[in-house]
Write a protein that binds this ligand. Structure first.
Ligand code: FAD
Length: 471
């Protein structure tokens, strides 16, 4: 009895559910990853995520080799490559972890059907979140739609079982040293160019380890620091959670233990990990909300369209709106593939409620740019900001981008980092340069505000009024 482990968003050996199940269930276990053309062919030729994945595969291959196995990497359509490999290797089962994105589910159903025709089966497991799918339901038996009760139920249900780690190493003897493994291809091998991945991101599970070490030294400060983009407050682990180069169970266990020990920072951080689970279970229960408003009445909102709206959208993408905090955020995204959480909220709110543009346009830009892009979290974040989501920001609450800037980047440190043309302005002026330092701004290549916030706010309240009548 032979098995194949198909790695997807779980690029690690430690505490990996499908790998553990295969090792304990089969005599010989092969490991594979498919650089899926269905996904890759749609990307621009330079994409940081492709670079991140290849780096992570390298570390994964090394780890498997240390245990006597090796990683087979194929470049093609996953739906073709996995059944083909299963046939070549003569395996009876392919093991993988759940990926609940609608497109991934469709792909997996196709693969399962093709395997069945080969007399093999696709066996899938929970690995990506602590609680998934229907594991946490309300007393009435429905899915949770409000975060706080969900979080309370999550914490109540949590015990050592759900946080336990899979002792993969103990069973590593079943790993097959595959002759089909020819090393991880380079970017050039698969037709990509370097995109400039920041070294801070770290390579695969080794990089995650370094970031985690660093974060654990300051996790007690997290509650105080997490909202200030100029400060090293958050963990920067999102890309590692996205690609599974770190185990969510391990992170939740660390945070939970510290929380029980009375550490406030760890408690706040655990709450963020619970938001992640929350958005994943929402995606499972409401796949239609991945393209439409979670609250259908919000699809009656009429967004700005036409050439002027397109120009505003371009200014937003390029970080040239004339609102320094928004611009600094959008430039951080383009230059690094990361954006601080506070800034994601500010930039998203600005798109919907200051520019009057459909949240889906912003969502798509983030999806293309974010290294940690994750459909469930990104859609959840956007629908929170546009007020169309479940448990979202109320529609009449509208961030003032200048006030947000004064509050969360008071000295303008973050702004100066990404908008160096404003570096010479005093702290007071940096949040609204044209208004507060017009003379100093003469000759500075920085745009005037593309909208007037007070007017935009009034228009947005009118725009969203349709919701009141339909709700
Ligand atoms: P930390 O503050 O260290 O948080 C730890 C982890 O908790 C994160 O790595 C992430 O996995 C999870 N997390 C934190 N906040 C959230 C949240 N609000 N929702 C879901 N999970 C959360 N996160 C993504 O991982 N991918 C996305 O595509 C994404 N898009 C977003 C879009 C918008 C408009 C908004 C408002 C938020 C989005 N987030 C997304 C959530 C959040 O901004 C990022 O997870 C966070 O900034 C990542 O940085 P970190 O790892 O340093 O976070």
């Amino acid at each position: 009895d032979r098995a194949l482990v198909w790695f997807r968003r779980d690029l690690r050996v430690d505490d990996q559910a499908a790998l553990y199940r295969a090792l304990t269930g089969a005599r010989q276990v092969f490991c594979a990853f498919v650089l899926d053309r269905d996904i890759l062919d749609a990307l621009p030729r330079a994409d940081r995520r492709v670079e991140f994945i290849l780096g992570a595969l390298q570390v994964l291959d090394e780890a498997l080799r240390r245990h006597g196995g090796a990683l087979i990497v194929r470049h093609g359509r996953a739906a073709d490559e996995i059944p083909r490999l299963a046939a070549e290797l003569g395996v009876q089962a392919v093991f993988c972890n759940h990926d609940d994105e609608p497109q991934a589910l469709a792909r997996d159903a196709l693969v399962a059907g093709r395997l069945e025709a080969l007399d093999a089966e696709l066996r899938t497991f929970k690995d990506h979140v602590v609680f998934e799918r229907r594991e946490l339901m309300t007393a009435a038996g429905g899915p949770y739609g409000v975060f706080t009760p969900y979080k309370n139920a999550w914490l109540r249900k949590l015990d050592a079982f759900y946080l336990g780690s899979y002792p993969v190493e103990r069973h590593a003897a079943a790993l097959a040293p595959s002759g089909l493994a020819r090393g991880v291809p380079t970017l050039a091998n698969i037709g990509f160019k370097p995109a400039g991945l920041s070294p801070h991101v770290g390579q695969g599970s080794r990089g995650a380890e370094a970031l985690l070490d660093d974060f654990l030294d300051r996790i007690d400060q997290y509650g105080r620091t997490r909202d200030f983009p100029a400060v090293k407050g958050p963990s920067y682990l999102s890309v590692h959670l996205r690609f599974g180069t770190v185990s969510i169970r391990r992170l939740a266990r660390l945070a939970h233990q510290r929380m029980l020990g009375g550490e406030h920072g760890a408690e706040v951080w655990l709450s963020e990990l619970i938001w992640r689970d929350f958005y994943h279970q929402l995606m499972h229960h409401h796949p239609q909300a991945m393209t439409a408003a979670f609250r259908p009445e919000y699809d009656a909102v009429r967004w700005e369209t036409g050439p002027q709206a397109d120009a505003l959208f371009a200014a937003w993408c390029e970080g040239r709106t004339g609102f320094p905090l928004v611009d600094a955020a959008m430039r951080q995204l383009r230059q690094t593939g990361y954006m601080h959480n506070r800034l994601r909220m500010v930039a998203a709110s600005f798109l919907c409620k200051d520019l009057g543009l459909d949240w889906r346009r912003g969502e798509a830009w983030f999806a293309a740019q974010l290294l940690d892009f994750d459909l469930a979290a990104n859609n959840g974040g956007w629908q929170w900001a546009s007020s169309s989501g479940c448990d979202a920001q109320p529609w009449f609450r509208i961030f003032n981008p200048t006030t947000q800037s004064e509050k969360f980047d008071a000295e303008g440190r973050f702004i100066r980092r990404y908008c160096p043309e404003l570096a010479g302005l005093p702290a007071k002026a940096v949040h609204a340069p044209w208004e507060r330092a017009p003379l100093q701004m003469q000759g500075v290549d920085y745009p005037r505000p593309v909208v007037d916030h007070a007017l935009a706010r009034a228009r947005t309240l009118e725009r969203y009024a349709v919701v009141k009548t339909r709700a």
